[in-house]
Design a protein around this ligand. Sequence first.
Ligand SMILES: *Cc1c(COP(=O)(O)O)cnc(C)c1O
Length: 231
Amino acid sequence: MEDYKSGISGRLQNLALRIARAAEAVGREPAGVRLLAVSKTWPADSVREAAAAGQRAFGENYVQEGVAKVEALAGLGLEWHFIGPLQSNKTRLVANSFAWVHSIDRLKIAERLSEQRDVHLPPLDVCIQVNVSGEASKSGVAPDDLPELARAVAALPRLRLRGLMAIPEPTSDVALQRARFASLRQLREQLNAGGLQLDTLSMGMSDDLEAAIAEGSTMVRVGTAIFGGRA
Ligand SMILES: *Cc1c(COP(=O)(O)O)cnc(C)c1O
C-alpha cells in the first residue's frame, strides 16, 4: 500500500500546506504565492506526474534539457519558466520555448530575447536576477546597477518586465534569509516608486520558502521538496 503523502502528488500536497501556513502566518493570502515546480534533472515522466496532480508551472535551468521537455510535453498546457544562467548563443531557443525567463542579468541577453521572440507569441515575461548576497554570490546584477538595467529592459518591445529574482547564499540562519529576501522586496518597491510596475518577487526554494513568503515572495521555485534529491 502506497502512503498517499509519498510520491510527487503527496509532496505537492505537503508543499501546498507549507505555503498556505507560511502565508497565513504573516496575514497573506496563500493564493498570492505561486508554486513553480523546478524539474531540472528530472525526466519528462516526472513532470507528467506532477501535471496530473494539478501542477501547471515548471522551471528549467539548462537550455537543451528544458527545450526537450517543453517539446515532449507540448499539449499538456504547461507554463514553462527558464531560471538558469543564459548565454547569448542560446537565447533564440529560450525566447521561443518558454513563457518566462527569471535570470536576466544583463541588457544584451534581454535585447536578444526581445528581438528573437516570435511575433505570434505574447511578450516574454521576464524577471531580473539580483545579487542580494554581495561577495557570497556571483550571479545576478548588483543592486546599484539594477535601476538602469530595469528601465532598459522595461522598454524592450517583446518583453514584459514582471519583477525580480534572487538566489541568496544557502544558510540555515533564518534572520539572514529574511534580510536577503527583504532587500529584494525593497528593491522592487524602489523601482515601483520610480514608475515601473513590477508584480513579481521570484524568491524562496525548498529550504527557505517560509522566509521568502514572510518577505513578500509571489513565486517560490521548488525542486527537491517535490521531486526529491538530485542525483
Ligand atoms: C534548482 C533551483 C531551484 C530549486 O531548488 P530546490 O532547493 O531543489 O528547491 C530554484 N531556483 C533555481 C534558480 C534553481 O536552480
